[in-house]
Design a protein around this ligand. Structure first.
Ligand code: ADP
Ligand code: MG
Length: 831
């Protein structure tokens, strides 16, 4: 059945007024009081009237006004969860989990009733009434139930974030709502957003012919005084550190919220702040009195001086020449939280490292001469464990000032109570994606004016506040964009394109996107899916394409799974695909708790040795980074079975949360295979898994090539170097297909020893150079078999024949393989 992508007018007559239903909720006194303070609460009645009378409603209101936590409760109390569920989507996993917990707590309901569902986990049950989920999860649900018949209401939260999935959901739901109405089973759509750029949804004729009703929630925002730096510093992290020190030692009480760009920067700054203002329980109580005197002394609107001429800063400059602290450019996936860079063969400054700790000790003394209350410094970013995330909502220990160092999750999705000072670096990390070459890289950029204003607003939630912008007003006015572009224009849309095709949306270009991706993006996605064999020449979904789309991973990984149907490969591919789909599994060096440079250095050596050991020999070694991943996951599971996972991860440089996610994804993929691939209902996953045999390792390399055949690179030989290019600099250099610039094997890559002629890689990322991530060696003679489209062949290939063995009922491929798009559809994968 084709989905109608037309612009049908919704019925405009007011709906018959529903008899008022009230479902009782018993809330604690404390919760009740906290709720009363939220601006949205007084508007409950009018909001519910508008929702009852309209199919599509937009609720816009400042962050912190209570949209996410209260609107689902209003709906529940009005009876919307009696027969069906209330769905709330969030672009961020951290918000889905944290909000479901908060709402359950406020309503005095269990997690069976107010649940969450994110890619790897969830606690939703048959009895779930309100379900928080990531937008990606709801989009997947649409594939099996296009009318979303489980739900009476869908709330798309944080629509202003413009995440790809939310954008697509808005487009799809604009058509589903009329369909449900036609069926006599109406569905409400509520779009919630901060007060940003609403026009993209509201006055978008293709999306909604009649603009939906908009409710503006009054906000209670206190004035925030914005202070710009006179100069824009080079090192915004040092600047943030200094500014925070000044705020804490000079200004009256009130929480501090600092915005930096990523997890590593958060950890760096938290470490520094904790060193400068060590927290110690005894201290906290003792200083209690001192603090209040001090804050009284400082009463009045005193602000921190913007000039950078005090002692501490000079000291920093002097030291900076010696100590190389490069957190803001060291965005390599593999680096230590301490962010001191060692071992850089390319720019060999490693020997000049001097201890940063001495300096810290001196600074710390300086600071303690002034009596300052202790600072309660907490990190906040989305990869943080749930338990640690929750701490930011709790009041700091008595007598301490709360200080939160956060990525932009605190910008709109989570509201931290009692923040009075915001320190804004003005930066954000953007994953850049080159539409032509597919190169990804994390670039630290100026954020948008809208984002900077959101950040400033965080200071005025409960009282008048201050926002310190660590950049000049000229930079803000001239360089900052008004808004950041929607995500859909910034990343590959392959998986979306395939999903939409599988939903029988024929002409993806005609889809009512709130903001359309550009044509080039759609074309390259289609092209890549054709190379993968997921779409045929005419652009129709193939059987392979349907099989691929069932897996909750990128299409290229889906293909690897669909191909692994022999020689007991599935458990390995499942493990590998899971590990490749989770971010930052391996850290650059194991975490060193004492933090000294010597320790970190030896940790790095140990880690290099561990990698080499995990990589093994022969065929295994040629699997490169992928073998290290496989082995690391297997070894971690071995430790986990003995209750030692956390320690193992810490000692061996694995991110604990990543390992746990990989395990969940492995289970999910395994059951997905059982459900969708008829042949393999007996797949068992041994978490600890023995290493692959030589044959398996070789097949795995071919499977990697089959999935990532468009990402192949060839070693640059010395005689190919241009004049003036130094040989030594090109030792690890490769030439990737369709890229001008050379790409390099990264520092931790085990293939640096063998330097294979051809490699396949997971992605290219850019730091100071272009690096390949997830590299495996391949044999050149495989190329015409797996990626004939990308080869110039002198003779046409004989059509590869998969051999069907009636005795086993399986398709067998020999080592030279019969993969590749021509081999599809393989009869046994038919669904
Ligand atoms: P909005 O969605 O409009 O941004 P929210 O509903 O997220 O607003 O937040 C409303 C209030 O609930 C905020 O003041 C926030 O601090 C508070 N809040 C949210 N989660 C928690 C939590 N886990 N613990 C305590 N307070 C919380
Ligand atoms: Mg919200």
């Amino acid at each position: 059945k084709k989905v109608e992508v037309t612009n049908k007018k919704l019925e405009q007559e007011p709906l018959p007024r529903k008899p008022a239903v009230y479902v009782d909720v018993i809330r604690s006194e404390e919760i009740q009081q906290a709720r009363m303070k939220l601006p949205i609460l007084v508007e409950e009645q009018s909001i519910m009237e508008i929702i009852n009378e309209n199919h599509i409603v937009v609720i816009a209101g400042e962050t912190g006004s209570g949209k996410t936590t209260q609107v689902p409760q209003f709906l529940y109390e009005a009876g919307y969860a009696l027969k069906k569920q209330i769905a709330v989507t969030e672009p961020r996993r951290v918000a889905a989990v944290s909000m479901s917990q908060r709402v359950a707590e406020e309503m005095n309901l269990s997690h069976r009733e107010v649940s969450y569902l994110i890619r790897f986990e969830g606690n939703a049950t048959e009895n779930t009434k309100i379900k928080f989920m990531t937008d990606g999860v709801l989009l997947k649900e649409l594939q099996t139930d296009f009318l979303l018949s489980k739900y009476s209401v869908v709330i798309l939260d944080e629509a202003h974030e413009r995440s790809v999935y939310t954008d697509i959901l808005i487009g799809l739901l604009s058509r589903i709502v009329p369909l449900r109405l036609k069926k006599g089973d109406p569905l409400k759509l509520i779009i919630m957003s901060a007060t940003l750029r609403l026009a993209d949804f509201i006055s978008n004729e293709r999306l909604f012919k009649v603009p939906p009703r908009v409710i503006n929630v009054e906000s209670r925002q206190f004035p925030v005084i914005v202070h710009f730096n006179k100069r824009t510093p080079d090192n915004y992290l040092k600047e943030a550190l200094n500014k925070t020190r000044k705020i804490h030692s000079k200004l009256p009480e009130g929480g501090i919220l600092i915005f930096v760009t990523g997890q590593r920067e958060v950890n760096w700054l938290v470490q520094k702040l904790r060193k400068v203002f060590p927290f110690n329980k005894k201290h906290a109580v003792k200083e209690n009195g001192a603090k209040s005197t001090k804050s009284r002394e400082n009463e009045g609107e005193e602000t921190v001086d913007d000039e950078d001429d005090d002692e501490g800063v000079k000291k920093t400059h002097r030291k900076r020449r010696k100590v190389k602290i490069v957190p803001q450019i060291d965005l390599d996936d593999y680096s230590i939280p301490g962010d001191l860079e060692f071992d850089s063969e390319e720019d060999g400054e490693s020997d000049q490292l001097s201890s940063d700790d001495e300096q810290d000790a001196a600074e710390s003394e300086d600071e303690s001469r002034v009596t300052t209350p202790p600072l309660w410094t907490l990190p906040l970013y989305s990869m943080l464990s749930i338990h640690k995330q929750r701490r930011v909502f709790q009041p700091p220990p008595p007598g301490c000032r709360l200080c939160i160092v956060s990525t932009n999750v605190a910008e709109t999705s989570l509201t931290i109570p009692d923040v009075k000072y915001v320190v804004d670096t003005g930066k954000c990390k953007v994953k850049l994606y080159d539409k032509v070459t597919g190169v990804t890289g994390h670039v630290v950029h100026w954020c948008s004016k809208a984002a900077a204003n959101q950040r400033a607003g965080r200071a005025g939630r409960t009282q008048p506040g201050h926002c310190y912008r660590l950049y000049s007003s000229a930079v803000f006015n001239d360089t900052f964009a008004e808004h950041s572009p929607p995500e859909i224009q910034q990343k590959p849309v392959d998986d979306l394109y395939l999903q939409m095709k599988c939903m029988n949306i024929d002409k993806v270009v005609n889809f009512p996107f709130p903001t359309a991706p550009d044509l080039m993006q759609l074309k390259t996605a289609e092209q890549r899916l054709k190379v993968l064999g997921a779409l045929d020449e005419k652009g129709n979904v193939t059987l392979l394409g349907r099989a691929i789309s069932k897996f909750p991973v990128l299409p290229r990984y889906g293909k690897m799974l669909a191909l692994s149907h022999q020689q007991d490969l599935l458990p390995y591919t499942v493990c590998l695909v899971a590990a490749l789909s989770v971010q930052e599994v391996l850290l650059e060096v194991p975490i060193v708790s004492s933090g000294s440079i010597e320790d970190a250095k030896s940790a790095r050596q140990r880690w290099t040795a561990t990698r080499q050991r995990w990589a093994g020999q022969g065929q295994s070694l040629m699997l490169g980074d992928n073998m290290v991943l496989l082995k690391a996951v297997g070894a971690a599971e071995f430790a986990a079975a003995r209750g030692k996972l956390e320690r193992f991860c810490e000692e061996n440089g694995l991110r604990h949360k990543a390992v746990v996610e990989i395990r969940k994804l492995r289970m999910q993929l395994t059951s997905c295979i059982k459900d969708n691939v008829p042949d393999v209902d007996d797949i068992t996953v041994d978490p600890e898994m023995p290493p692959p045999t030589d044959l398996q390792a070789k097949l795995l390399r071919q499977i990697l090539l089959a999935g990532m055949g468009d990402q192949v690179a060839k070693k640059i030989m010395p005689d190919e170097l241009k004049e003036g290019e130094e040989k030594a600099k090109f030792k690890y250099a490769y030439r990737a297909n369709n890229m001008e610039e050379p790409v390099f094997l990264h520092q931790g890559c085990v293939l640096r020893k063998t330097l294979p002629e051809y490699v396949v890689f997971q992605e290219i990322y850019e730091t100071n150079k272009m690096y390949m991530r997830g590299v495996a060696a391949i044999e050149p003679e495989w190329l015409p078999i797996y990626v004939p489209q990308l080869c110039n062949l002198s003779d046409p290939l004989p059509s590869p024949e998969p051999s069907y063995r009636p005795d086993t009922g399986k398709i067998h491929c020999n080592v030279t393989g019969t993969f590749g798009p021509q081999a599809w559809p393989l009869p046994r994968i038919e669904l």
